[in-house]
Design a protein around this ligand. Structure first.
Ligand SMILES: C[S@@+](CC[C@H](N)C(=O)[O-])C[C@H]1O[C@@H](n2cnc3c(N)ncnc32)[C@H](O)[C@@H]1O
Length: 316
């Protein structure tokens, strides 16, 4: 295959040196190995340079993985991108916004699903109502408590409560037991993460994209069953990290019970390309090796600014 490559002057010598190897089929594996080493040496992505499209601040969110998913997807010819553990859906929303494939988002948690249902499924007037609620809200501890104390009667009520809880709970955690962040970040109070204009803009932009996004409130395994045989469907699987005893998924999500053995078996059966992410543990590496996933790691910066590496497992 012939292709054009844009190279910085400083990297030209290296490219010229490896150019002959690019045509030697027996060196393909060595090149893939070199590429993984090259990527392993890379710095974590600076998330402030990635466009944020989600209305959620999501624990375990994958904004930092957006460039990686974009470049992986560009090496495949697909017309669908399915993200069955959507959460804040940073990667799926990037794909939908850039139009590289039609996007299917799935999520089991009813609170998170309510927001996606209002944005992508319900009549557009519900999304407008949600935006009005956000614009008109004075974010004080009393108002937050009063809003969360109401028994939601409709999906849009539930979506509204979810937005408030997600913005005002410690760490954005929606699972039971997460307290309100009353002192806020840097002592800025409960409204330290309440950005009404940004939220309204993001929701409005997403509603504009609804013809390119399907949202389904369901178990990830149902989506896997439904679409697994399609070759031109790419999968991005980011389940709660609960495969090893040290993982934090149990604390972060309301829906956290996953049969990881069954998930790997289902992912391995997909006819199209699959990318999975996990925290690094021997249990996960073993499952990945068993199902012949390629294993690599990507650096990310935690909320405490520590750099650690997460597993990226791919099957192409
Ligand atoms: C690690 S988070 C996904 C984060 C997401 N990639 C992002 O960028 O924000 C995992 C999500 O899977 C959801 N979940 C857990 N079990 C599920 C299941 N069986 N089916 C679908 N979603 C599930 C959780 O509610 C949570 O939102």
């Amino acid at each position: 295959m012939r292709t054009s490559v844009l190279v910085h002057d400083n990297a030209r010598g290296s490219l010229d040196a490896i150019r002959p190897a690019l045509m030697v089929p027996s060196l393909a594996e060595a090149l893939a190995h070199a590429w993984r080493a090259f990527r392993d040496a890379a710095e974590p992505v600076n998330v402030s340079q990635v466009q944020h499209r989600s209305p959620f601040r999501y624990p375990g969110g994958k904004t930092w993985l957006v460039p990686e998913v974009r470049s992986w997807l560009s090496t495949h010819t697909v017309d669908r991108f399915v993200e069955p553990f959507a959460g804040g859906a940073s990667c799926g929303l990037m794909v939908a916004a850039e139009g590289s494939a039609r996007v299917v988002l799935g999520e089991l948690d009813p609170y998170v699903s309510a927001v996606w249902n209002v944005i992508f499924v319900a009549p557009k007037k519900d999304a407008r109502w949600l935006c009005e609620q956000i614009s008109g809200f004075r974010c004080t501890v009393k108002n937050v408590r009063d809003t969360l104390a109401v028994e939601p009667r409709t999906t849009r009520d539930l979506a509204w409560q979810t937005i408030v809880r997600n913005r005002c709970a410690r760490g954005g955690i929606l699972a039971p037991g997460a307290g309100l962040n009353k002192s806020g970040e840097a002592g800025k109070g409960i409204a330290s993460r309440w950005y009404p204009e940004t939220l309204v803009q993001r929701i409005t932009d997403l509603v504009e994209m609804r013809s390119n996004v399907d949202f389904v409130e369901c178990d990830a395994f149902d989506l896997l069953k439904k679409w697994a045989r399609r070759r031109r469907t790419a999968w991005f699987l980011d389940p709660p990290y609960t495969a090893s005893a040290k993982s934090a998924g149990n604390r972060l999500y309301t829906a956290h019970t996953i049969d990881h053995v069954a998930l790997f078996a289902a992912a391995a059966k997909c006819a199209g390309p699959v990318m999975m992410t996990y925290d690094d543990s021997p249990e996960v590496r073993k499952l990945a090796a068993k199902h012949r996933f390629a294993i690599s790691t990507v650096p990310m910066k935690s909320t405490h600014h520590e750099v650690h590496r997460e597993l990226i497992l791919t099957k192409d």
